[in-house]
Design a protein around this ligand. Structure first.
Ligand code: ADP
Ligand code: MG
Length: 267
């Protein structure tokens, strides 16, 4: 029953693939955003969240989104993460036109295509690290045994192999965020999004978390991180700056490229 339902949704998504050329799911381009605008209607007035954003992100990129408070970073991330839809314009993710999706389709896409990491970790308390990591797989109807094994593997991957049965309140902030990263990886999504993932962490834990994202990036993951700290953005390959709901710059992180090249030469 459930399986048929999933197949039906899958078929609907397939039918809704954009009729324009590229990007399709084989394309190098994972994200394409065209003339995107977002306006909040508060009832008494309209607030512009984003103005005419055009952007594309290739598979395997490691991107930082920067800008002052109120510049539109979270609005942008919520759209990238399919928590919200653009009012005007198009968002293609992995070959699918998100702008056309209904709520059920969006939650299906969130579960399959996106791994989220939040500033405040958003783990379920009184639930072990392993069970937290299992949750997205439960929604995706992965069988119990497979779910448990994969959760343990992912926790080992983030350096928490010895803490799979710990509760969030028995862990440090840095460890909690690593559980959240393992959870984000649960369904092997093509896109990992993190909105100020180090905002609640001390410097040492922040560096650990960014090194973990860097390692995932080297393994081929596409990672987009929001931060207002230059030190955190310095870990990424590309820095996109927002102001008043617009992109004001989009540049390669040259320092990071040099570092990666040097690493390549010495290893
Ligand atoms: P940032 O994450 O860069 O701090 P936001 O994306 O949260 O910025 O906000 C961008 C703009 O949209 C701001 O002017 C903010 O006040 C407005 N905004 C954000 N969320 C809402 C909302 N739910 N309702 C009304 N206005 C909002
Ligand atoms: Mg924000």
């Amino acid at each position: 029953m459930m399986k048929r339902w999933i197949e039906r949704i899958g078929l609907r998504l397939w039918k809704m693939r954009p009729q324009t050329q590229l990007p399709d799911s084989e394309s190098e381009e994972l994200i394409r955003i065209v003339n995107l605008c977002k306006v909040y209607d508060t009832g008494t007035m309209k607030v512009v969240g984003l103005r005419n954003i055009n952007l594309s992100i290739r598979r395997g990129e490691f991107v930082a989104i920067m800008g002052q408070s109120g510049s539109g970073k979270s609005t942008f991330m919520n759209i990238l993460g399919c928590l919200d839809r653009p009012v005007i314009g198009h968002y293609y993710l992995d070959g699918i036109d998100i702008s056309e999706m209904d709520e059920d389709q969006l939650s299906f896409i969130r579960n399959k295509k996106i791994g989220f990491v939040f500033q405040s970790f958003n783990l379920i308390s009184r639930t072990t690290a392993r069970e937290n990591v299992e949750l997205p797989m439960t929604y995706a109807h992965v069988p119990k045994k497979e779910r448990e094994e994969r959760a343990v593997k992912l926790l080992e991957r983030v350096g928490l192999g010895a803490r799979t049965e710990h509760m969030p309140n028995e862990m440090s902030g840095g460890q909690r965020q690593r559980v959240a990263i393992a959870r984000a990886l649960a369904n092997d999504p093509p896109l990992i999004l993190a909105d100020e993932p180090t905002g609640n962490l001390d410097t040492a834990s922040s560096i650990e978390i960014m090194e973990l994202f860097s390692a995932l990036h080297r393994e081929g993951a596409t990672v987009v991180v929001v931060t207002h700290e230059e030190d955190i953005a310095a870990f990424t390959q590309r820095i996109i700056r927002f102001r008043d709901g617009q992109i004001i710059s989009d540049e390669k992180n040259e320092a990071q490229e040099r570092k990666a090249e040097e690493k390549g030469r010495t290893s």
